[in-house]
Design a protein. Structure first.
Length: 289
């Protein structure tokens, strides 16, 4: 700190040594710096489409919102947020402190170069049949209900592992465009494997759906809640080894790879969502080794 002549004269008038004043000033500045750090957000993860970030809330945070939606906070101030596959370039997080003040964090969301395949054929028209939708609606209701479960699991805080090892046969976010008309993008990552091969829980969680009777598209579908709105879905299983409501641990076998439902061959389709945001599992696990 630099003292002006008036301030210096005031210090001399106290009769205290300058070294004592300097020590007190340094201590005060250190406390102020620590306070400034305490009321900042802390994040790990990637500020990117399909990405997930773990955060530390500022000290004294009473509530959090992310683009206007409430975000739960764990006892120690940690929380999770994610960016949808088609997230815009900016997002905002606001912490409201106990004293009524707010702390804001702005994100610059990096875009992704998705694998886009242009095909010179028209997209199938007419939509699904009435008979198909009569079967499909109850399935969608079960899937949506499973995604609403908040189990209190702490799996979201862990480092995720690959549920299966093998050739990656489908990438998250890839999409076909039919004569200029975009089709649905691929909502997860596919790992090719032999029918009957075990797949494991990528993190701790609670089973929210175990469809032993194959769904029309997903086949034998297994869903797990990892807590704080983060969940995993595993499609096309030949066998599900766990039951709804069961707690599972990271690395625990939970099913076997298959080709049930709409699948061209045996593989595990692993998709993840945080609330309504579809996210890329690879950004949680890292490359397969």
């Amino acid at each position: 700190m630099i003292f002006g002549s008036v301030a210096l004269a005031a210090v001399v008038a106290t009769g205290l040594p300058l070294s004592s004043i300097s020590a007190e000033t340094a201590e005060a500045e250190a406390e102020e710096s620590a306070f400034r750090q305490a009321v900042k957000f802390g994040f790990t993860g990637q500020e990117i489409q399909g990405g997930v970030m773990l955060g530390n809330a500022p000290a004294g945070t009473q509530s959090l919102s992310f683009d206007g939606q409430p975000v739960p906070i764990d006892e120690d101030g940690k929380f999770i947020i994610a960016f949808n596959r088609d997230a815009g370039q900016s997002a905002e997080m606001i912490a409201t402190l106990e004293n009524g003040e707010t702390v804001k964090k702005f994100f610059n969301v990096a875009p992704r170069n998705w694998k886009i395949e242009h095909v010179n054929i028209a997209r199938r028209s007419g939509g699904p049949s009435a008979a198909f939708m009569a079967r499909r609606r109850p399935e969608l209701a079960q899937i949506n209900a499973a995604r609403q479960v908040r189990s209190g699991s702490k799996g979201w805080r862990q480092t995720f592992i690959w549920p299966a090892k093998g050739r990656i046969s489908g990438m998250f976010g890839s999409q076909r465009v039919y004569k200029g008309e975009p089709g649905s993008y691929h909502s997860g990552v596919d790992v090719a494997g032999r029918t009957g091969t075990y797949f494991v829980a990528p993190a701790d969680g609670v089973v929210t759906l175990a469809a032993t009777k194959p769904f029309s598209l997903e086949g034998k579908l297994l869903m797990i809640d990892h807590g704080m709105g983060l969940n995993s879905a595993f499609l096309h299983a030949s066998e599900i080894l766990v039951k709804e409501g069961q707690e599972v641990k990271r690395g625990e076998p939970i099913g076997r790879i298959g080709a049930t439902g709409r699948a061209t061959g045996p593989h595990l389709h692993w998709s993840m969502k945080w609330n309504n945001a579809r996210i890329d599992p690879i950004l949680l696990t890292g490359p397969m080794h």
